[in-house]
Design a protein around this ligand. Structure first.
Ligand SMILES: NC(=O)c1ccc[n+]([C@@H]2O[C@H](COP(=O)([O-])OP(=O)(O)OC[C@H]3O[C@@H](n4cnc5c(N)ncnc54)[C@H](O)[C@@H]3O)[C@@H](O)[C@H]2O)c1
Length: 396
């Protein structure tokens, strides 16, 4: 087993790749050796920063012998074909969330990676955030008794950030379910042990100009009796980062006076100018995020145990024990998403995959669909594809 850096190829040099840049720049366990992107400006920027080879299509990236694993960061609806192509070429895969749009595609991806004997990891998602991992350890220790209930909510400007046309069409994976709910579901499943049992939910699609789901509330019940409420609004009115110490999702201090930026920037944009605004946020478009001052987060999360309520913050976990309140810090790492690299490293170099495998991602995707189905039918939806998070004693 080598301790050489993982030779990573990247499929898609868009916004998701930009958000990984501070990690790729700081974590020496990875070496970016190649990329595939349709835009010449992104390919030029990649060669300028990382060297390596660039390809105009993912097929050529999969055939590149300098590539050991591929980070698939293309639009959701392309994940399935790109992951299957990578697996068939014998490459390990890190695919950004969500695993796929349809459950059929998700199952096809898991099967292709199993058949090829390659690792499939779904991430980053906010289940990798250090405070979530710390809360999970505290729950597993049993220090505060059994876990009983989780409440997760997030109010953002998601629907009013510049979007590609298909990001506003639910049947193509648009809207908040596939892009945002999947984060909340991943976090809550990780904390509750993974085995969701049934879902009841309602969704809202309230802006005819952006005709996809922008809000939901869901009640998720687990086999172990834990229950969770998940609420999200991406309508850019209330901003729940104010309840996270004015720290933004990516862990940067946020100026409350900048309230309303997303809606103001978008006002008057037609679909063509909106696509240009979106392209400006991709690699080679000029934006480059600075390393954050805090951990990433996905809005307020409160975890009720028998003897304490745990509140996740961008710096750690606040423990509300009834008679006293304490705080446990989650130390910052130079690479903000080091836990995602840990997952790749442990899988590829030590044969120990993380919780967030393809099968795990499929189970989270199942909950996204269950929310949509429950909202459409008014029925409670039973879950059938859930898998447990290994207990921490079973993990490396
Ligand atoms: N985890 C996170 O924090 C996070 C954040 C943003 C996006 N994402 C995920 O990343 C994925 C991409 O979303 P995005 O917002 O970056 O979109 P984007 O449009 O900014 O980026 C997609 C990129 O893929 C490229 N592309 C399109 N077709 C391609 C092809 N055939 N081969 C290679 N490249 C191709 C596009 O040129 C573009 O640069 C989505 O699945 C999304 O959920 C994750």
């Amino acid at each position: 087993m080598t301790s050489e850096p993982i030779r990573l190829g990247v499929a898609g040099l868009g916004r998701a790749f930009v958000l990984m840049l501070p990690t790729f720049r700081a974590d020496t366990r990875l070496r970016l050796t190649a990329a595939a992107a349709p835009r010449a400006a992104s390919r030029t920027a990649f060669r300028g920063e990382f060297g390596g080879t660039t390809h105009a299509d993912v097929g050529a990236l999969c055939a590149d012998p300098q590539v050991e694993a591929i980070y698939v960061a293309t639009p959701h609806q392309m994940h399935a074909d790109h992951v299957v192509a990578a697996a068939e070429a014998g490459k390990h895969v890190l695919v950004d969330k969500p695993l796929a749009v349809s459950l059929e595609d998700g199952a096809r991806m898991v099967a292709a990676c199993d058949r090829a004997g390659v690792h499939l990891i779904v991430g980053p998602s906010h289940s990798f955030d250090a405070p979530v991992q710390l809360a999970r350890q505290i729950i597993a220790s049993g220090e505060f008794g059994s876990l009983r209930m989780i409440q997760a909510l997030n109010y953002t400007d998601f629907l009013y950030r510049p979007r590609r046309a298909e990001e506003l069409r639910t049947d193509q994976g648009g809207g908040i379910l596939f892009s945002q709910a999947v984060h909340q579901i991943d976090m809550v499943r990780l904390l509750a042990g993974g085995l969701g049992q049934r879902v009841s939910a309602m969704t809202g699609a309230w802006d005819a100009a952006r005709p996809t789901e922008g809000a939901y509330s869901a009640l998720l019940q687990f086999e172990n009796g834990v229950f969770a409420t998940l609420t999200y609004s991406g309508y850019a009115h209330f901003d729940s980062d104010i309840w996270m110490g004015n720290v933004g999702e990516l862990g940067h201090d946020k100026d409350p006076a900048a309230y309303g930026t997303a809606r103001r920037a978008l006002s008057g944009a037609d679909p063509a100018s909106e696509a240009t605004l979106k392209a400006r946020r991709t690699y080679g478009g000029g934006e480059s995020p600075a390393p954050p001052q805090h951990h990433e987060h996905f809005g307020p999360v409160i975890v009720a145990c028998d003897r304490a309520d745990l509140r996740l913050t961008p710096d750690g976990v606040e423990i509300n024990g009834g008679t006293s309140r304490g705080f446990r810090a989650a130390p910052l790492h130079a690479a903000p998403r080091a836990s995602v690299v840990d997952a790749l490293w442990q899988a590829l170099r030590h044969g120990q995959p993380p919780v967030q495998t393809g099968a795990w991602g499929l189970a989270s995707l199942e909950v996204c669909h269950a929310i949509l189905t429950s909202a459409a039918t008014g029925q409670i939806v039973d879950l059938t594809r859930q898998i447990a998070a290994p207990t921490q004693k079973e993990e490396p």
